[in-house]
Design a protein around this ligand. Structure first.
Ligand code: NCD
Length: 326
């Protein structure tokens, strides 16, 4: 494929991802995108390996996307959901993970409402001397690496479908709009987009955008217009009301009036602007319903489709036997 090599057992955060890491993930996803365009979409890459999806928090796209990715790679897939598990009998999270280890799990894909849980499980697995790889599928407000990587793949393959290198994003203006404070998607995207040289602008009401976000290297705006001006891409984010401990916006209507992305507002952007959203969407709040469904302006469906190729790539990279030497 290329001389780039993969050197990680776990994927917990994008904070220390190098430009080479991003390139390798993009190249690997491109090859799985090709696999997914075939009539027979299944390859034997992870035959005999066990992938456990440990989702302690609810999810539609991410969980099903990981499940489909693992199945397309011919892995055996175990799914876990907290309400029907022994967690309800008082078992700890680490004991749950150790149970899956004892069954021979090779890769654990973990989502949890608290930041740090995937990392804690990864450390426990390492301490036990196993070769289990842990992939963070979203932990609290911390990170969501596979989402940011599928976002990057969606952006660069929009710019150059046949050769979607991470460096395609260099110099492009990207506006990230919405509930940045509570968003693990925003944090992972900041690492990814800034490392790959994008010009990142954040826009939200001050209650949803703490000034320390400037430390990532992004520009901060408390109104929409300067962020949208000449933007090549607009990434919208859901208002995460389940993570808000107090009223941080006057009302959903008011929020939409000030920060909602609509067709009219895109007039300020670059003429080829495209809109993204990680889902789930509050239709008519972060983004107007008609815009969300317009294939000429929205990459939202492509994000979901690309999620499978990216996750096949990530499972392949951390699950291939060459990693046993680490
Ligand atoms: C995001 C998440 O769970 O962090 N969704 C996703 O994974 N597709 C964003 C969100 O919940 O708003």
């Amino acid at each position: 494929m290329s001389e780039l090599t993969w050197r990680r057992r776990h994927i917990i955060s994008l904070a220390d991802f190098t430009p080479q890491d991003y390139e390798l993930v993009m190249q690997t996803a491109l090859s799985f995108q090709e696999v997914l365009s075939r009539r027979n979409k299944k390859v034997p890459t992870l035959q005999g390996k066990v992938v456990a999806n440990l989702f302690f928090e609810s999810s539609t796209r991410t969980r099903n996307s990981f499940e489909l990715a693992a199945k397309r790679l011919s892995a055996d897939v175990l799914n876990f959901s907290p309400s029907t598990s022994s967690l309800t009998k008082g078992e700890t999270i680490l004991d749950t993970a150790r149970t899956f280890l004892a069954m021979g799990t090779d890769i654990m894909v973990i989502r949890h409402q608290a930041a740090g849980v995937p990392d804690a499980i990864a450390q426990d697995m390492d301490a036990l001397g196993g070769k289990v790889a842990v992939l963070n599928a979203g932990d609290g407000k911390h990170e969501h690496p596979s989402q940011a990587l599928l976002d990057l793949f969606t952006l660069v393959s929009y710019l150059n479908a046949s050769n979607p290198t991470a460096s395609e994003i260099k110099g492009k203006k990207i506006a990230i709009v919405g509930d940045i404070m509570h968003s693990r998607v925003a944090r992972s995207n900041l690492w990814s987009l800034i490392t790959n040289g994008a010009d990142v602008h954040l826009a939200a009401p001050p209650t949803l955008l703490p000034p320390e976000f400037a430390s990532y290297g992004a520009k901060i705006h408390y109104s929409l217009a300067p962020a949208l001006e000449d933007a090549d891409f607009v990434m919208t984010l859901r208002l995460q009301t389940e993570r808000m401990s107090q009223n941080l916006i006057p009302s959903l209507r008011e929020y939409h009036a000030q920060f909602g992305i609509t067709r009219d507002r895109l007039a300020k952007c670059s003429p080829h602007v495209q809109v993204l959203h990680p889902g789930p969407v509050n239709r008519g709040v972060e983004i107007s319903s008609d815009l969300m469904d317009d294939p000429r302006l929205s990459l939202i469906e492509r994000q979901v489709t690309n999620g499978v190729a990216i996750r096949m790539g990530l499972l392949f990279l951390i699950g291939s036997s060459s990693l046993d030497k680490f």
